[in-house]
Design a binder for this molecule. Structure first.
Ligand code: GTP
Length: 333
């Protein structure tokens, strides 16, 4: 049976200060942690056992996901004392898997509607060592690009460059043969992108690309976080995780787990549980659990758990921490 590893241990530096309080994979998209959307994606293809590869702020995962039974899954937790890099983390987490031959590995900061079953089928049909989901971006200069040969085999892993030969990039969902994971050195910092993949290509290993251009977003920056959340609420992106919940309000304007909401809420905003928003205007924002506000205007902003906003305040392009401290951050970047 296919098992999965979710890489959830990175520092998420590009998302600071949001990641000062919780790790990136636990930040809410349409009210639910990014990780929960990914678990739903894995469960959809019949994956039952999933190891969360944790390091930074590892303690926050277990109270939320427990043993996974609430989701019909068996969730285990691997811990790195210091982050071991993406490949080191996979090696460490694989100790908690059973003896299956293939493992799905997901970056913990991506939402994707790609066809994971078809990726698995392609992997088996090619008897591949690794099969990577590749997605096309408009401008690959900000990413490393991944050219493939006519048979779908990955030709190279190229660093960021001014004239990338393809707009296909690594989308952060891999199928690994277990034997490849076994060859990653134990307890060492190793990167899949910089070491494992390029080394395997130079040794003639069989790395294939699964090219799928359906909805995909890397939630690496504050702007992408807001976009991912509003896209899910507006129905531009889909997630089976949302279907498990009974929302107090759900349409394309906004999603809310709380009943006590009044005012004008729009732009795909998401409001967590136990919030009290009285006569507020909220546009394109993420409001975490337990937030209170009265006569406030909140635009393009992220409000952390339990923040109490001063009445009549206007918050725009800002992050509000749990103590109500406001930082202007760059949701435009
Ligand atoms: P930045 O610091 O903003 O680049 O974010 P990041 O730390 O999350 O790094 P990146 O976006 O490259 O990571 C991709 C995925 O791998 C994310 O889901 C990370 O949580 C995860 N990840 C990155 N490094 C490690 C690591 O050393 N250990 C584990 N367990 N996961 C990691």
């Amino acid at each position: 049976m296919t098992e999965a590893i979710l890489l959830v241990g990175g520092y998420g530096t590009r998302l600071r200060p949001l990641t000062n309080h919780r790790p990136k994979p636990m930040l809410p998209l349409a009210t639910l942690p990014i990780t929960e959307h990914q678990l739903a994606m894995a469960a959809k293809v019949g994956i039952k056992r999933i190891v969360l590869a944790t390091a930074y702020l590892s303690d926050v995962f277990t109270p939320y996901f427990g043993d996974g039974s609430k989701w019909g899954l068996e969730i285990k937790y691997a811990l790195e004392k210091e982050p071991l890099g993406t490949a080191g983390a996979i090696r460490n987490a694989a100790e908690l898997l059973s003896e299956g031959s293939e493992v799905v590995v997901l970056n913990g900061d991506v939402i994707s509607s790609h066809d994971l079953s078809a990726q698995l089928e392609l992997h088996r049909a090619n008897s591949a060592d690794i099969t990577l989901h590749l997605t096309e971006v408009e401008d690959a200069r900000a990413y490393g690009s991944v050219p493939t040969n006519s048979d779908g085999r990955v030709a190279a892993f190229l660093e960021k460059m001014d004239n990338p030969p393809t707009n296909n990039i690594n989308a952060g969902c891999y199928i690994f043969e277990s034997s490849v994971i076994d060859s990653i050195p134990k307890n060492q910092v190793v990167s899949v992108e910089r070491e494992t993949f390029p080394n395997l290509i130079s040794q003639g290993g069989k790395i294939f690309g699964f090219i799928d251009h359906s909805y995909w977003l890397d939630i690496g920056t504050p702007k992408a976080l807001l976009q991912g959340s509003t896209d899910l609420v507006k129905g531009i992106a889909a997630s089976a995780a949302l279907d498990r919940y009974k929302f107090a309000h759900r349409d394309q304007n906004y999603l809310s787990l709380s009943e006590s909401i009044s005012g004008d809420i729009s732009g795909g905003s998401a409001i967590g549980g136990f919030c009290r928003l009285i006569n507020c205007t909220v546009e394109g924002s993420i409001i975490s659990d337990g937030v209170e506000a009265e006569n406030c205007t909140i635009r393009n902003s992220f409000i952390e758990i339990g923040a109490k906003l001063p009445p009549n305040s206007t918050i725009s392009n800002a992050f509000v921490d749990p103590d109500g401290e406001i930082s202007e951050i760059f949701f435009a970047n």
